[in-house]
Design a protein around this ligand. Structure first.
Ligand SMILES: Cc1cc2nc3c(=O)[nH]c(=O)nc-3n(C[C@H](O)[C@H](O)[C@H](O)COP(=O)(O)OP(=O)(O)OC[C@H]3O[C@@H](n4cnc5c(N)ncnc54)[C@H](O)[C@@H]3O)c2cc1C
Length: 347
């Protein structure tokens, strides 16, 4: 492996960079060339020097990807830092953060300031830059509810653009950056609008049980954050202890008629009414299909949380894909429901 840094460059270029520690599933792979630009200028310089025909990938902390083989061409891992309050009025504060910031550092900092909004999204792994890509969400809150704008760089022109939250085409674990504009833009930063006066969202199961009896004024973001962290740590395997990529499948949404039909066959079906149908708990479907705690070679579905696919050691992407296909086939056969994978396959 060689590493070069010309005096005129503000980024390091690493050849044949090992990505094994850069994806939380711990799959072995290398990037042909890896750059970590620390500023917008450095990023535009990397893009300007790249042959437009060269494959290009962006990776954050690799907590939502399945790296299937070595990545050809150039891989970017943004190291654009910084978190700041950009403006405020009597009720709200606007906060900006660079794409390279660790997501939970942003949550921790805003909660420490007493600003409310991000506490339910505590301890989600990954970077700020990846957060809008799949519109991260947890415990009844999605990033899209707080996002004021996303700053991007156009890969083809290196021009900086801003998308207002309502232009990002956010949906459940989806955005224009993940779907129709995939590969077109690199997310370089975000701006959020947070509340000065707490109005925490504690309607979701474990939060309701802990805070439901309190009045809004008595529910502090710091207490919600603390509880979310405790619940997550009790339910989800930490990737540095047991390699995983979080929820491996999205919760499928079916029509109301289909949901009713399933409910009549499976009385304890876990389902939530949505504006566009009924959302089924993928973890419940996988557990009922017999996969909770079950292994296939070096990979398996977690024994406490059936939705999480784990690498027990030395797995390859082929092992991961074989297990995902087997789980999907069994859920399809038992319930007639198609599961959709959440992590992105690279390359
Ligand atoms: C234990 C665990 C728990 C998790 N819990 C949750 C949860 O509760 N809710 C949730 O929503 N997710 C959850 N996830 C998934 C994951 O944390 C998020 O999707 C996170 O946003 C991924 O960040 P990352 O930096 O690791 O992105 P990566 O995995 O590196 O990348 C994910 C995708 O985003 C793209 N991308 C990354 N950065 C950029 C950028 N700057 N510009 C353009 N595209 C980019 C990549 O190309 C890739 O396609 C969990 C994962 C784990 C391992």
């Amino acid at each position: 492996m060689s590493q070069s840094q010309s005096p005129t460059h503000t980024f390091a270029l690493i050849d044949a960079a090992d990505l094994t520690g850069l994806n939380t599933l711990g799959l072995p792979a290398r990037a042909q060339r890896l750059a970590r630009p620390t500023t917008l200028d450095a990023l535009s310089q990397v893009l300007a020097e790249r042959d437009p025909a060269e494959p290009l990938f962006v990776i954050g902390e690799g907590s939502n990807v399945v790296i299937c083989s070595d990545l050809p061409g150039l891989t970017l891992s943004l190291a654009i830092d910084g978190m700041a309050r950009v403006k405020q009025d009597n009720t709200h504060v606007w906060v900006a953060a660079g794409a390279g910031v660790h997501w939970d550092d942003l949550v921790a900092w805003t909660v420490e300031q007493g600003w409310q909004g991000l506490e339910n999204l505590s301890l989600i792994p990954g970077t700020v830059g990846a957060a809008p890509f799949q519109n991260i969400g947890a415990y009844g809150v999605e990033l899209s509810q707080l996002l004021e704008q996303v700053t991007v760089m156009d890969v083809a022109t290196a021009q900086v653009k801003h998308f207002a939250g309502n232009e990002c085409e956010f949906a459940y674990r989806d955005s224009r950056f993940k779907s129709r504009d995939r590969g077109r833009y690199i997310i370089t930063g975000i701006e959020l609008r947070l509340n000065k006066m707490p109005q925490c969202n504690v309607g979701y199961g474990p939060l309701k049980a802990r805070f439901g009896h309190l009045s809004q004024a008595d529910i502090l973001p710091a207490a919600v954050r603390e509880h979310v962290i405790a619940v997550r740590q009790s339910k989800l395997p930490a990737p540095d202890v047991l390699a995983n990529a979080g929820s491996f499948f999205k919760n499928p949404v079916v029509t109301k008629e289909r949901g009713d039909a399933l409910k009549s066959r499976f009385a304890d079906l876990v389902a939530y009414t949505q504006p566009d149908g009924v959302k089924l708990a993928a973890g419940w479907l996988i557990e009922q299909a017999g996969w909770k705690g079950k292994r296939l070679g070096p990979v398996g579905m977690h024994s406490e949380q059936a939705l999480v696919l784990v690498n027990h050691g030395n797995a390859t992407s082929a092992d991961v894909i074989a297990l995902a296909e087997a789980v999907c086939a069994d859920v399809q056969e038992k319930f007639g429901v198609a599961l959709e994978q959440e992590p992105v396959l690279l390359p």
